[in-house]
Design a protein around this ligand. Structure first.
Ligand SMILES: [Zn+2]
Length: 129
């Protein structure tokens, strides 16, 4: 059995290395710096979650006219799903901060080196992400 455990561990290691090597992009389509790859990998995961949520909204809209949905407050449920989408989108990493190299004491990003959409000036924050 120890061999199998080794194989599983190797597989896990390979997955993590592949994840580490993978290129990640910010919301503007620019390649994320290496030190923020993990962060923008997370952004990709969050945006995947947002897309799934949008698909759920579409599904619910289709079901809304069915007789068995009569007692379901579809409009309120849609609003709730939209609120969740908005919260996650607004909290997700958007772009790297331009303070590279001066990571301590940056007022824009508080040292985390990336910004959310609301922290970026001149971005239409009500538009699609
Ligand atoms: Zn900064």
């Amino acid at each position: 059995m120890p061999r199998k455990r080794h194989r599983e561990r190797d597989e896990e290691y390979r997955k993590r290395m592949a994840e580490w090597r993978r290129r990640e992009y910010d919301a503007r389509g620019k390649l994320a710096p290496r030190y923020l790859r993990r962060v923008f990998h997370g952004r990709r995961k969050l945006m995947g979650w947002v897309r799934r949520l949008m698909a759920l909204k579409t599904d619910l809209a289709k079901l809304g006219d069915e007789p068995y949905c009569r007692e379901v407050d579809v409009a309120r449920t849609m609003k709730t799903l939209e609120a969740a989408r908005s919260l996650v989108s607004r909290g997700a990493p958007f772009v790297p901060c331009d303070c590279v190299g001066t990571e301590y004491g940056c007022e824009k990003c508080q040292g985390q080196r990336w910004l959310t959409i609301d922290q970026v000036p001149h971005v239409q924050s009500t538009g699609p992400l």
